[in-house]
Design a protein. Sequence first.
Length: 115
Amino acid sequence: VQLQASGGGLVQPGDSLRLSCAASGRTFNGYHMGWFRQAPGKEREFVAGIRWNDGFTDYADSAKGRFTISRDTAKNMVYLQINSLKPEDTAVYYCAAGVRQYDSWGQGTQVTVSS
């Protein structure tokens, strides 16, 4: 499984951003796809997940309301839409995949929220 995250950058508070994750290497039936993030000096944390087969989603409490995860099964893409960005959203965002646990990881994309 190969995962390539992109779409990060330097944005201002209140901006929106869409992160993309290109997945390849196999078919993803039965997989969970997820987004995690790691802020400076903090542990990596779960942000959102989506079930490949039916699109069922789940979110960390901190992500509910401003984050939306989606997938395009035809393009093998997973997205994370982030609205109303805050400085505390600054982190490296990783996409991940797995069946019973997340065991495949992309390289991460940096999101920096600063005025």
